[in-house]
Design a protein around this ligand. Structure first.
Ligand SMILES: [Zn+2]
Length: 365
């Protein structure tokens, strides 16, 4: 059986004590861990057990060994989360069926490796004293900083966000990047959404989100996604929790503030996408017929496809701005809508109209 089991930190804020969980990577993972796409680059190679699994157990009574175990655990955890993001996007591309021939590998899957020209390197203890992580496209590497007992590589949202930058690099290539504030904001929005999409691609997280929100994703006072990973010390510094996109950010309001930066601007776009999710979720909320967690899981996949597809299609065009991506999302949403199988409270109201209205409301269109 190909694939590996790995232990990762369980990123569920509803669990009082941070725990571990196992996860399955359904492709071949070699010692490192590394595979065709990703490699842990700054830790002595970890060898899988005889079943091909990487089950590093953080047992507190092995004190003499604990630092080494933690380092190994972090390596496996970081590899696993990064790989989950890439696999999620490979599948979304596959379902969409929009890939150009030259972008597919022999199995018909998006060819990250060819686009990158090398593996994505992960340095999990890169920068001492720095509570930040960054993807550097020149060397195609993610560097994770750490300070005292806080390690940014332990945060699911940080790994997912930085992996999002590497995904954009594959989609667009280095030469296409323009450095306008809006272009950088679009990148940041994609990466924040990547963290949310990756959570929504896990069924147990969908259940936790439903329990937390009681099925009303529109509540703005307690944004579930911002609580992720706080147990790992990140939230202590109030710097890394996922940006709260549950409020409605409008374009003109953001740019009216003279000090706005690309991160503020990114919220306009990411919050619009998030609002689309909350609205279609409400339309499909029939707990007597469908488990709401299942509905959320399915809608999460739909919005992942539409967002990824829009960035992919925009890559071959001249313009990389809010309007271009928004229009592409509206046209792509019709494509995925045809696959709809759940009842909808408001059948007549088509998804593309709904998405158009939201982008207008956020002053993107
Ligand atoms: Zn970023």
């Amino acid at each position: 059986m190909i694939g590996s089991r790995m232990y990762v930190y369980k990123q569920d804020p509803s669990i009082k004590e941070p725990g571990l969980r196992s996860t399955f990577i359904p492709s071949e993972v070699l010692k490192g861990p590394k595979d065709q796409l990703v490699r842990i680059a700054d830790v002595p190679e970890i060898t899988p057990d005889e079943n091909g699994d990487f089950l590093i157990d953080l047992v507190e009574d092995k004190q003499s060994n604990l630092d080494k175990l933690r380092l190994q655990f972090d390596a496996v955890h970081t590899f696993a989360v990064c790989r989950q993001v890439l696999t999620m996007y490979e599948r979304a591309f596959y379902r969409m069926g929009i890939l150009k021939e030259e972008d597919k590998n022999e199995r018909g899957i998006f060819d990250f490796r060819k686009k990158w020209g090398k593996r994505l390197d992960l340095y999990i203890r890169a920068e001492k004293g720095k509570l930040s992580a960054r993807y550097t496209s020149g060397v195609h590497t993610i560097f994770f900083g750490y300070k005292k007992d806080v390690f940014t590589c332990r945060s699911f949202d940080i790994i997912a966000h930085e992996t999002g930058h590497a995904v954009l690099n594959a989609i667009r290539g280095e030469q296409k990047t323009n450095h306008s504030k809006e272009a950088i904001a679009l990148d940041e929005a994609f990466c924040d959404l990547t963290a949310i999409f990756t959570l929504l691609s896990q069924m147990d997280m969908c259940e936790a989100i439903i329990a937390h929100s009681k099925g009303d994703l529109r509540t703005t006072d307690d944004f579930f996604f911002s609580c992720i990973a706080e147990e790992y010390g990140v939230d202590k510094y109030k710097r890394f929790a996922l940006r709260d996109i549950s409020k409605k950010y409008k374009y003109e309001t953001v740019v009216a503030n003279k000090k706005y930066d690309q991160y503020d601007l990114s919220l306009v776009f990411s919050s619009a996408v998030y609002h689309f999710l909350t609205e279609v979720f409400k339309d499909h909320f029939y707990p007597e017929k469908y488990d709401p967690a299942e509905t959320l899981f399915w809608l999460g996949k739909m919005i992942t496809e539409v967002t990824l597809g829009a960035y992919y299609e925009a890559a071959s065009e001249l313009h990389y701005d809010f309007k271009t991506i928004a229009k592409k999302m509206i046209s792509l949403v019709q494509k995925v809508e045809r696959k709809e199988y759940h009842d909808c409270l408001n059948k007549k109201r088509r998804w593309e109209i709904r998405l158009l209205k939201i982008f207008i409301e956020h002053e993107v269109l």
